[in-house]
Design a protein around this ligand. Structure first.
Ligand SMILES: Cc1cc2nc3c(=O)[nH]c(=O)nc-3n(C[C@H](O)[C@H](O)[C@H](O)COP(=O)(O)OP(=O)(O)OC[C@H]3O[C@@H](n4cnc5c(N)ncnc54)[C@H](O)[C@@H]3O)c2cc1C
Length: 398
């Protein structure tokens, strides 16, 4: 949508082919329906949020910045606000407003949109693009922008078609795998915690016993394992490790703000308060209700033991569980559930200044189809908008 509008604004005659019956199905569900369209981070920090080929985005992000994107939507009647962690949302808190604004933009710029139109081939003649085939009809064009998204959430339209289309004209597709994906644990008891969300906790991801990522913030338990922002952030590395069959664990610290001494003092204070109670009834202030039973089980301390009989060793064991609750990661959820697809059209074959294919003149790429992926926080949408902006303007000149 961004590419089509920018190309038309620059004077091109633009046809947008969308296989769904409406535009922006995925955009409309982003940010839990609130549309986290970008992040207010400064350029260097912004790029650092792309574990997958961030450097490729330098040119595009400088040409169409997060500020430019906010101004773009503001001018279309969608003012934005910055929330915690620099996350930018429409002030209305409605992702659909972004879709509606883009649709208005397309209309104003004179883009023709065809719905229910699935592109099945890129047409070439004498070594350059001459159009596309969609619904068994050939459309001729001087330039084609491929912006078919990744391979996750296929219900929104992104079923990975673009990878096949690009491959058919000679592009390399680096293996796609889920990034920003919930994790499945071997410990099935985690299911009893489903729905519990934790704030201000730390997770460490270890692969072969070595810490490879550490995040502080919010997470969520599900019936199959772990999810929520900090889990999604470490999930890319978990997916890579699991694909190599390396032992992968998440270590959860429920009280990262406390030193060992402070936590011990805190536990002692709670024990003092509950001195006449059994151990199982002494943790209500320290832990969320749902976590009490599993923590007790893992601590090995008999639940019925009177608090005053708990030894120092047992207390230290409890402390260990609270600061290092360990989960064995057996799998990531399937690709179709990923927030973003890692891998895609190789960046080596795309000119980062124009988004032009280095393989087939007249072909351009934008968005998640490119082998670039970022963390949660609005980074992926900004990447899609910035690359779309550049691809659209470049294609208009073709
Ligand atoms: C649940 C969820 C929440 C998310 N939340 C956020 C967020 O808050 N912030 C953020 O930055 N990112 C978020 N993302 C990621 C972000 O939505 C994507 O990275 C972004 O939408 C990619 O944009 P795109 O235009 O490349 O692809 P898409 O948005 O997937 O659009 C591709 C379009 O191409 C169409 N298409 C595909 N194949 C064909 C074909 N053969 N012919 C014709 N049309 C075709 C599809 O129907 C679709 O409309 C979220 C993703 C998900 C799944």
């Amino acid at each position: 949508m961004m590419a089509a509008g920018q190309a038309a604004k620059a004077g091109a005659n633009v046809l947008l082919l969308e296989k769904n019956q409406r535009l922006g199905k995925k955009l409309a569900i982003t940010g839990k329906g609130r549309g986290n369209l970008t992040n207010s981070a400064a350029p260097e920090d912004f790029i650092a949020q792309f574990p997958g080929n961030g450097a490729f985005l330098y040119g595009a992000l400088y040409r169409f910045t997060n500020e430019d994107l906010r101004r773009f939507f503001h001018d279309l009647g969608v003012p934005t606000v910055v929330e915690r962690g620099g996350r930018v949302f429409p002030r209305s808190q409605k992702a659909q407003d972004l879709v509606d604004a883009l649709q208005k933009f397309l209309e104003t710029c004179g883009v023709e949109v065809r719905y229910g139109c699935k592109t099945t081939a890129i047409l070439q003649e004498d070594g350059r693009v001459v159009g596309v085939r969609a619904n068994v009809v050939n459309f001729s064009a001087d330039a084609v922008v491929l912006a078919t998204g990744g391979a996750s959430y296929p219900g929104t339209g992104s079923t990975g078609d673009g990878y096949k289309l690009a491959q058919a004209v000679g592009h390399t597709i680096t293996p796609v795998f889920p990034a920003l994906i919930p994790l499945e644990t071997a410990e099935t008891w985690v299911g009893t915690l489903a729905g519990l969300s934790l704030r201000n906790v730390t997770v460490k991801l270890t692969v072969n016993g070595r810490i490879v990522a550490e995040e502080f913030g919010e997470m969520l338990f599900t019936h199959y394992g772990l999810s929520g922002p900090i889990i999604l952030t470490v999930s890319r590395q978990a997916a890579q490790a699991l694909s190599k069959k390396q032992p992968t664990h998440v270590h959860l610290n429920l009280k990262p703000a406390l030193t060992a001494e402070q936590l011990d003092a805190r536990i002692l204070r709670d024990f003092q308060k509950n001195i006449r109670k059994q151990f199982k009834n002494s943790l209500n202030d320290l832990l969320p209700q749902k976590l009490i039973e599993p923590v007790i089980k893992l601590s090995g301390i008999p639940p019925e033991l009177p608090v005053h009989q708990i030894s120092r060793e047992q207390r230290l064991q409890l402390q260990k569980i609270i600061t290092d609750l360990t989960f064995t990661i057996k799998a990531v959820r399937p690709l179709k559930e990923a927030i973003v697809t890692a891998g895609g059209v190789s960046i080596k074959e795309i000119d980062p200044a124009t988004m032009a294919s280095k393989i087939l003149p007249g072909l351009y790429f934008a968005g998640e189809i490119i082998d670039v992926d970022g963390n949660t926080g609005g980074y992926n949408l900004q990447a899609a908008f910035s690359t779309g902006y550049v691809a659209g303007l470049s294609a208009a000149k073709a």
